[in-house]
Unconditional design. Structure first.
Ligand code: HEC
Length: 115
């Protein structure tokens, strides 16, 4: 009986976490759309314009967060193909904090748990 109650509360706790995670990821999706990231990037398929966020997540470890956040702010090129990621000024402004949040969200799309 005690075990059943414990198992139930564990399951309850997990689904609360899952709900929270999906609420956060919906917020991040909204931010990405607002910052127009989604005009070039898709979540899970590479587009001619830019790599998908899932591909980016697979290519980089979590420790690349700061480097990638810098690229979100300042642009970058030559890692995927000919098209450059446009620099700040050519796009909607993204703050330091927003770029870190966006990159953390992108890196979280990695499925294989590479570190
Ligand atoms: C005008 C199209 C465009 C927009 C808008 C855009 N990107 Fe990109 N992004 C690219 C391209 C092209 C690349 C690949 C650049 C390269 O080869 O290094 C890229 C690369 C990236 C990378 C990986 C950088 C690397 O070094 O591999 C991240 C992370 C990223 N974009 C995040 C974002 C986020 C977050 C936003 C919104 C704030 C955004 N991008 C908006 C075109 C775009």
């Amino acid at each position: 009986m005690k075990k059943t109650i414990m198992a139930m509360s564990v399951i309850g706790g997990l689904s609360a976490l899952a709900l929270q995670a999906s609420a956060e990821s919906a917020d991040m999706m909204q931010l990405a759309e607002q910052k127009q990231c989604m005009t070039c990037h898709a979540l899970d398929h590479d587009m001619p314009k830019a790599p998908s966020f899932t591909s980016i997540a697979k290519k980089y470890p979590d420790s690349a967060l700061e480097v990638l956040a810098g690229k979100v702010r300042n642009g970058g090129e030559g890692h995927w193909g000919a098209a450059p990621m446009p620099s700040a000024g050519a796009r909607v402004d993204v703050t330091d904090e927003e770029s870190r949040q966006l990159v953390a969200w992108i890196l979280n799309m990695r499925q294989d748990g590479k570190q």
